[in-house]
Design a protein around this ligand. Structure first.
Ligand code: NAD
Length: 301
């Protein structure tokens, strides 16, 4: 087993495969896949994420469009955009970039997306399908982690897995996917007592707490495989050009990398896999809408 679980490398390989699938099937489908991203407000981090998704779409041949709505848009305006994209024949996937500015009802807007175009897998119906083990779009971050674990031959059946974080975006769907792969899953969260005691039992530790440098040497053993989902921009200095930042995860990687069995880097681990799974979901939805068999079902947990 590699000690560095390289998401960037796998995401690049998946992009080549998707590009070929799109080139091979565009004629019979009559068009290329289409993805629409809705961005509300001007959050700079969201701007970077959306730009990265657009670039990735371009690399593989997905037609992408970004719908920028002002932070003071009414919910009806956003619902109007979602409805028109639901009805647009050339749009296979709709992604509402999260987080939304304060005051918006995220649940109501996510529910308005046609579940068959829900490439983020966050619609109530698709989360229900995940619980029941039925096919449907799966949330990109946990699905990307499952693909990365599979590619690196990390065994899951019968293994003790601890997931830290119980959000709808990462922790909960992650726990369900790992359980479906026959792991014994513990879901830890902000009220969990004696976290190091819990995490030390883990063969696999997935950290999605959103707290920089939360996890260190006291939480892991030599047998632990660590997946660091967190991503944070930490200011390190200020010069005449402005503030300088470095990226870090929820894990103190410097402290534990040489101790644990394997670890995902930040950046270059979970982030690129999240984008890759968005592309996979979009291609899957395109093939579904065009009446073709999915060529990517092996990549979906
Ligand atoms: P969230 O804030 O919605 O949820 C965090 C969860 O962590 C909560 O369930 C909370 O109970 C738990 N938690 C918080 N502090 C804890 C503590 N001290 N001990 C144990 N549990 C604790 O966050 P989220 O949306 O799930 O995202 C988590 C992190 O993952 C964030 O840093 C986010 O930026 C990152 N993220 C990265 C990607 C990617 O592609 N790399 C994608 C999604 C999210």
């Amino acid at each position: 087993m590699e000690s560095l679980l390289d998401g960037k490398k796998l995401a690049s390989a998946l992009e080549l495969r998707l590009k070929k699938d799109i080139d091979d099937f565009s004629d019979v489908a009559g068009r290329r896949p289409g993805l629409a991203v809705i961005r509300v407000g001007e959050d700079p981090a969201s701007g970077v994420y959306v730009a990265n998704k657009e670039k990735a779409c371009k690399r593989v041949g997905i037609d992408s469009s970004v719908h920028n709505l002002k932070a003071d848009s009414s919910p009806e305006e956003i619902l109007g955009t979602i409805n028109s994209l639901n009805n647009a024949l050339k749009i296979d996937g709709i992604l509402l970039q999260l987080p939304l500015p304060k005051g918006f009802d995220e649940k109501q807007l996510l529910k308005a997306i046609n579940p068959e175009k829900d490439v983020d897998g966050l619609h109530t119906l698709n989360l229900g399908r995940l619980i029941k083990g039925e096919e449907g779009p799966r949330s990109c971050t946990p699905a990307g982690i499952m693909a990365l674990l599979r590619y690196n031959n990390i065994p899951l059946e019968g293994k003790n897995v601890v997931v830290i974080g119980r959000s709808i975006l990462v922790g909960k769907p992650m726990a369900l996917m790992l359980q479906a792969a026959n792991a014994t899953v513990t879901l830890a969260h902000s009220k969990t007592l004696n976290l190091p005691e819990v995490t030390n039992q883990a063969d696999l530790l997935v950290v999605a707490a959103g707290k920089p440098n939360l996890i260190g040497s006291e939480h892991v053993s030599e047998k632990t495989v660590v997946v660091d989902v967190g991503i944070h921009r930490i200011p390190i200095s200020t010069d005449s050009m402005g503030k300088k930042f470095k990226l870090c995860g929820d894990v103190r990687a410097n402290e534990i990398a040489s101790k644990v069995r394997a670890i995902t880097p930040v950046p270059g681990g979970v982030g690129p896999m999240t984008v890759a799974m968005l592309l996979v979901n979009t291609v899957d939805r395109w093939q579904f809408h065009c009446g073709l068999s999915s060529t990517v079902s092996d990549l979906l947990p």
